[in-house]
Design a protein around this ligand. Sequence first.
Ligand code: ZN
Length: 109
Amino acid sequence: MSMPKLKIKTGDRVVVIAGKDKGKKGQVMRTLPRENRAIVEGINMIKKHQRPTREMMQGGIIEQPAPIALSNLQLLCRNCGEPARAGQRSLADGRKIRYCKKCDENIDR
Ligand SMILES: [Zn+2]
């Protein structure tokens, strides 16, 4: 069995490591744990037809991010900006937080 990857959470900065958006960076807007996917700002954009509304009489096509597999994402450290190999450490109050093995700064606050 492989090591479980540390979870990617809402608000994390991530980089896409596989697929059509490889190399793009964005912020996680929502995670879908049951599907092992996440919705990331600006990543995996799909066009969706919008019904006409009072404000937008003609309707139209809007672009929005579709869920992307967590395995295609890597966490970015908010301190050093590098793709982080995250570790986990315990705080005095018992909380477990993630930290960046590159710069040793905490990723969770
Ligand atoms: Zn770092």
